[in-house]
Design a protein around this ligand. Structure first.
Ligand SMILES: NC(=O)C1=CN([C@@H]2O[C@H](COP(=O)(O)OP(=O)(O)OC[C@H]3O[C@@H](n4cnc5c(N)ncnc54)[C@H](O)[C@@H]3O)[C@@H](O)[C@H]2O)C=CC1
Ligand SMILES: O=C(CO)COP(=O)(O)O
Length: 325
């Protein structure tokens, strides 16, 4: 079964490189012709993954038809807000029955939908799986080890995709809680912005640990209200990825929060999915009567220009209460 990757950014390139490392032919579609040319000539993706040598069997292409020719497994590795339109471009080129593995970690702003629901609307009839968990693109592309989750509604599909896409350094655990995996992967990005802001304000390691822990309470409450299973949120795509993404500036979401905390310009920073998911996550929580003060605070920093120092002060000024009410 041949594998193609759609999306030539950091994560698409890393996943393509991971699969191609042992000589397996993998096609990587990048819409940016310059990245394709650079990968072909230098075996590097200097714009998105500088300094990492890419395997010769990773073939970068700029043509969707060519990228998808004969592909039985298609990894969609795109920003969440770009996914719907990209699906429309892919549709005429997809092989009937090709399995789609969704790798975005975000919520569509205008609809409140996670990637699987967007793809179900745009590309009905294809088997769908979601892949998420603690995995920085630069680590995976360099062959450093990690473990992630792949969920599909049918257990057999999840198991076969996990088997097919795993490598010795990229261990994929199979599951069937698509929504849980998507909720964990999306909400951790919003919380990492808060963690970065705390670090940027110099509030210290104790504050960071407290914030991440209380953030995890929000991730679980909202995740479960959206239909996630509790175990999934305690797993690689929930707790696991939250820990990674809140651990330092290698995370683009943490780096974004860090800049907010330091009062620095955020306009030139790389993609931080939490920026686009925060307001809709806060809205989903409000609609379900879920208390999510950290997610609300991130949304207020991003969309209302609330200064990071005021945001953290407001969180600290919340009334005291029992820990698990
Ligand atoms: N970078 C990482 O370490 C990881 C990223 N992810 C997730 O993967 C998704 C993609 O992230 P990255 O690749 O890191 O972002 P990136 O910003 O490095 O690259 C995004 C890529 O998508 C392409 N793109 C955007 N709109 C497109 C469209 N309509 N059609 C075709 N291509 C389009 C861009 O040209 C670019 O190549 C995000 O949801 C992110 O949260 C998940 C795990 C790890
Ligand atoms: O999802 C990721 C790690 O699992 C990547 O996080 P950032 O997008 O914050 O860099």
């Amino acid at each position: 079964m041949s594998v193609s990757v759609i999306g030539g950014g950091a994560w698409g390139t890393a996943l393509g490189a991971m699969r191609a490392r042992d000589g397996e032919p993998v096609r990587l579609y990048a819409r940016d012709a310059e990245s394709v040319a650079a990968i072909r000539t230098t075996r590097e993706n200097p714009r998105y993954l500088p300094g990492i040598a890419l395997p010769a069997s990773l073939e970068a292409v700029n043509d969707l038809g060519l990228a998808l020719e004969g592909a039985d497994i298609v990894l969609l590795v795109l920003p969440a807000q770009a996914l719907r339109l990209a699906c429309r471009d892919l549709k005429p080129h997809l092989r009937p029955g090709a399995a789609l593995v969704l790798c975005s970690k975000g919520i569509e702003r205008d609809t409140g939908l996670f990637a699987s629901a967007v793809v179900e609307e745009e590309l009905p009839g294809h088997p769908v799986a979601v892949l998420s968990g603690p995995s920085f693109a630069s680590d995976v592309a360099a062959g450093l080890p990690t473990a992630v989750t792949l969920a599909a509604s049918e257990g057999a599909l999840a198991a076969s995709l996990a088997q097919r896409l795993s490598s010795p350094a990229f261990r994929i655990y199979a599951g069937d809680d698509i929504l849980g995996v998507e909720a964990g992967g999306s909400l951790k990005n919003v919380l990492a912005i808060a963690a970065g802001a705390s670090a940027g304000l110099g509030l210290g390691a104790s504050a960071l640990a407290a914030l991440v822990t209380r953030g995890f309470v929000e991730l679980r409450r909202l995740g479960e209200a959206l239909g996630a299973r509790p175990d999934t949120l305690l797993g690689l795509s929930g707790l696991g990825d939250l820990v990674l993404t809140c651990s330092g500036a290698q995370s683009r979401n943490f780096a974004y929060g860090l800049a907010l905390g330091r009062g620095e310009d955020t306009r030139t920073l790389k993609l931080a999915e939490g920026v686009y998911s925060a307001a809709i996550a806060a809205q989903l929580a409000r609609e379900r009567g879920i208390e999510a003060p950290i997610i609300e605070t991130v949304a207020a920093m991003l969309d209302e220009g609330l200064p990071a120092a005021d945001a953290m002060r407001a969180l600290l000024a919340r009334p005291l209460k029992r820990e698990f009410d």
